[in-house]
Design a protein around this ligand. Structure first.
Ligand SMILES: *Cc1c(COP(=O)(O)O)cnc(C)c1O
Length: 453
């Protein structure tokens, strides 16, 4: 075994020997060991040597209120002294009842029930299985496929992966994935229609329109990340696309599954995109920010129409048979209730407005750099796309690992970024200050120049 470099510490050698990290070429750790994080406080993480890192990516898009938050800690400890976990079949508990009630109140009016699971992928699997079983139980046995967008990301378990439009994730598993329909979607930076997102009418909806029309008899649903395709590189598109999707799906009798796992809970500046844009999806999938990054939890909300199709005498066998051991974990629900209270009290979402403006101001400075082809932003989510040539929008080849080099430059400067290919994105905890936003974007600018100039 090759030694770790630079100087291996005992703990990091043990990590190298025993741990396989997600979405990581482990060989990279021969030269760049993982950060050993010891504690967190607010928007900062601290390694064992006391070095501070600004958590620009909210620990994989989950953290809303910063690390080690006193209110979230107390909510968790209070529940811990009562019960840590119970099964959720035949048993219920107050944290889950409160959370489901609040989620139904705060989401669009048509969503009436909440099914809990424990991570984003499972929230998607639940929606997909419910949709399939719904159609089967209502006499549409042929409706067994889903349409998803190119660049769409909905998780990596096999069912969820079958709805992903990103080759890198799919390639090794293509043979066993379910056969769904990939549809060309919005691409606002390189719009093939030559239009601008603030003035267009989502002309790019055409391929989806066509798919819905042609495959209406076999389509169970369409799954979509509303407004921001996260894993695709924070690709953003205007709400008019969603409006068109909603009316087309209603016309063609196809479910809409909104995956707000990344964008939900305030990231876009509003609680949920569907609420903000006055849309009524058949299903809404939530996770990530639901516990502000404390514990794994997910929720799938659905229309009454779906719920009612399963509600019958036991002997009809219309029940939904799907269960996860940690469904509606009480600790997670207790933290989620506290986090949701914090999100919805004292006009918290209004406090984001000046921060959203600060992000925009920072983006405008970044886009002046020679290498920044595009700056895009939806609320508290912002991204810049690096290009070889602004005129042609030519991308850097993936082997150059531009993003990875920028990540390393960021660490040297106390900023934890995790670029997606050539896209550097900013998804900080919502409690980040305006001064920290400025520092974050100025540092990103320095890192880009350090790697590319
Ligand atoms: C992260 C994510 C998922 C998957 O959630 P996991 O908890 O990682 O399984 C699904 N959809 C979107 C849009 C996501 O960002």
């Amino acid at each position: 075994m090759k030694p770790l470099n630079p100087k291996p510490s005992t703990d990091l050698s043990k990590d190298f020997h025993a741990v396989w990290h997600p979405c990581t070429q482990m060989k990279d750790h021969e030269t760049v060991p993982p950060l050993l994080i010891e504690r967190g406080e607010g928007v900062y993480l601290y390694d064992r040597d006391g070095n501070q890192y600004l958590d620009v990516i909210s620990s994989w898009w989950v953290n809303l209120f910063g690390h080690n938050h006193p209110r979230l800690n107390s909510a968790l400890k209070a529940q811990l002294d009562k019960v840590a976990h119970v099964m959720f079949a035949g048993i219920t508990h107050q944290p889950a009842i409160d959370l489901a009630t609040r989620l139904v109140e705060l989401s669009p009016d048509n969503l009436k029930k909440v099914f809990f699971s424990d991570n984003g992928s499972t929230a998607v699997e639940v929606a997909v299985k419910m949709s399939l079983q719904y159609w089967r139980q209502t006499g549409h046995r042929n409706k067994t496929k889903f349409a998803y967008l190119k660049g769409g990301y909905h998780g990596e378990t096999l069912g969820a992966l079958s709805l992903c439009g990103i080759e890198m994730f799919r390639d090794n598993f293509e043979e066993v994935l379910l056969s769904n329909l990939e549809v060309e979607g919005p691409d606002c930076y390189r719009c093939p229609y030559g239009l601008k997102p603030d003035t267009c009418q989502a002309e790019c909806f055409e391929p989806m329109q066509k798919t819905l029309k042609e495959h209406r008899d076999s389509l169970a649903g369409v799954i979509i990340e509303p407004l921001v395709q996260g894993a695709a590189g924070m690709k953003m598109y205007p709400p008019v696309y969603l409006k068109k999707l909603e009316s087309a799906c209603q016309r063609q009798n196809v479910h809409t599954i909104y995956d707000e796992i990344a964008v939900g809970f305030g990231r876009t500046g509003s609680l949920f995109v569907c609420g903000e844009c006055e849309l009524s999806p058949t299903f809404l999938c939530l996770s990530k920010g639901i516990t502000s990054g404390y514990l794994p939890l997910a929720a799938t909300l659905m229309e009454d129409e779906i719920y009612s199709a399963f509600y019958d005498d036991f002997a009809t066998m219309k029940l939904f048979i799907h269960s996860h051991s940690y469904s509606a974990n009480p600790l997670a629900c207790a933290v989620a209730n506290e986090s949701l209270a914090m999100l919805t009290e004292n006009d918290f979402l209004d406090t984001l407005k000046p921060k959203i403006q600060a992000l925009e101001a920072g983006g405008k400075r970044l886009v002046e750099l020679k290498w920044v082809g595009d700056f895009r932003q939806t609320g508290m989510i912002a991204a810049v796309e690096l290009v070889k040539d602004k005129g042609t929008k030519e991308a850097f080849p993936f082997e150059d690992r531009v993003g990875y080099k920028i990540y390393q430059e960021g660490l040297k400067r106390g900023v934890l970024m995790r670029p997606l290919g050539n896209v550097i994105y900013f998804v900080p905890p919502l409690v980040i200050s305006i001064a920290e936003i400025k520092m974050m974007m100025d540092t990103a600018s320095e890192c880009i120049r350090a790697v590319l100039d």
